[in-house]
Design a protein. Structure first.
Length: 181
């Protein structure tokens, strides 16, 4: 009986050690896959724009992977990969001059632009596609019956890069909601 009890205790100890190691591994993976860098700035500007923090984190994760110095081949800058002409447009709307290279101001510009797009489009898919491909491009897609469903939403995105982008942001968005809510 004593022999059996010792093995049960040993097995229980191993089980709990493995469980603890798995929990640490999950926490590490969550931190790598769905980090929350610039959390104060995201919280502030998401709230000001009436957006969910998880969506803003997801866009930053997909756009720059939290690299404040990121510059795309097309010229998009910073955490939220703001194009210079988009920055000027948002600055005109807000009446403020912002530095697209400053991480906090880049998040301010990006969230303001997302808010603007939510006012122009009826679904998250449309907003994200417009953030990536441009408002005019998405308007043109929405006028095509072969790209829309019965409700008028985008059923198919003809640009593979934009389709991948929308999928990635939605995956990250759901991960953030799962991990941090």
């Amino acid at each position: 009986m004593k022999f059996f009890a010792e093995h049960v205790l040993r097995a229980a100890g191993i089980f709990f050690a493995l469980l603890f190691a798995a929990a640490l591994a999950c926490a590490f993976l969550y931190g790598c896959l769905v980090p929350r860098r610039y959390a104060e700035e995201v919280r502030l500007y998401a709230r000001q724009a009436g957006l969910e923090e998880e969506l803003v984190f997801a866009v930053i994760r997909a756009e720059s992977n939290f690299r404040a110095d990121a510059v795309s081949p097309a010229g998009a800058v910073g955490l939220m990969q703001i194009m210079p002409q988009t920055a000027l447009f948002v600055e005109e709307l807000s009446g403020r001059r912002l530095d697209v290279r400053d991480p906090a101001e880049n998040i301010d510009l990006g969230t303001a632009y997302l808010r603007y797009l939510f006012g122009r489009f009826s679904s998250l898919t449309q907003v994200l596609a417009a953030y990536n491909a441009g408002e005019g491009t998405v308007r043109a897609w929405l006028s095509r019956a072969d790209l829309t469903d019965e409700q008028g939403d985008l059923a198919r995105i003809p640009y593979p890069e934009t389709a991948r982008y929308v999928r990635r942001v939605k995956i990250f968005y759901n991960c953030y909601k799962f991990c941090y809510r």
